[in-house]
Design a protein around this ligand. Structure first.
Ligand SMILES: [Fe+2]
Length: 269
């Protein structure tokens, strides 16, 4: 992790670090407070189309939404202002795209709207693996995802010392910690293994959970030995809305949408 030299574009990290926290472009004002029905909205396609959808201004609020992203948020949460919703998503996407040092031609946007659940009371510490085969080398910046939380607790990220070889027994991006996930048929929540890893990581000297504010954008690398170790937060206390985006060339992103059977260029809920 490289945060030795603070830069005005980052609260933490830099353009080349595995983990970076971006400054809030404007003070975040919550525009939704509950989830009516859990849902995940996904868009795989050209970024310009997504930006065009979000830039189209509703002729009247709240009934005229006109784009499928805002429509999905309206259907599954108590958000009612199309202008505020679109403007937040536009700012998020523009901030992420301008921070991205690879191709941002195409993207995968994911909006997870969830009701309380107990599974993450003990964190699921893991690193993200590769999502697709990369067509270009990543020298300017680790291949990354950008994320923000609109409602509820933020994703947990740990600062860890990757020079410790013992760490590999506990986190492993290639199999997302298969060792500690190994079949525990009598433990559907995998709590024994999650607790083992949580105790180990929190017992290490130094690792701290990175503080994030609502609406703040975090960038984290995936598919590499030193990709940030993270977990969903404890989601048992209330509803949550979490937004993430990753970028790539059209061929890379089309491969992903084909594998996941998501229609290219159309939103999917
Ligand atoms: Fe993850």
């Amino acid at each position: 992790m490289d945060d030795a030299s603070p830069h005005p574009n980052y609260v933490k990290g830099s353009a080349t670090s595995q983990l970076a926290v971006l400054p809030l472009p404007t003070p975040f004002k919550p525009f939704l407070s509950s989830v009516k029905e859990p849902n995940t909205y996904s868009y795989h396609g050209p970024l310009f189309q997504l930006l065009a959808w979000l830039s189209s201004r509703p002729s009247s609020e709240p009934t005229s939404v006109r784009d499928p992203v805002t429509a999905s948020i309206f259907s599954h949460t108590d958000a009612t202002s199309a202008t505020t919703t679109k403007s937040f998503l536009l700012t998020f996407l523009e901030q992420a795209a301008s921070d991205c040092k690879h191709s941002s031609d195409c993207c995968w946007l994911d909006i997870r709207m969830t009701k309380p659940e107990d599974y993450f009371k003990i964190p699921r510490w893991h690193q993200d693996g590769n999502y697709f085969e990369h067509t270009t080398a990543s020298t300017a910046q680790p291949r990354s995802k950008w994320a923000t939380t609109l409602l509820g607790p933020s994703t947990l990220f740990l600062d860890l010392d990757f020079s410790d070889p013992e760490l590999r027994d506990y986190v492993n991006f290639e199999n997302e910690g298969a060792e500690w996930r190994s079949s525990q048929s009598d433990d559907p929540d995998n709590s024994v293994n999650k607790k083992k890893v949580d105790d180990y990581l929190r017992g290490k000297k130094g690792p701290k959970i990175v503080e994030l504010e609502l609406g703040q954008v975090v960038r984290f690398g995936y598919g590499q030995l030193e990709s940030p170790v993270h977990s969903e937060p404890d989601m048992s206390g209330g509803d949550r809305v979490f937004v993430s985006v990753m970028f790539g060339f059209e061929g890379e992103m089309r491969e992903l949408s084909k594998r996941w059977k998501v229609q290219w260029g159309e939103g999917w809920s």
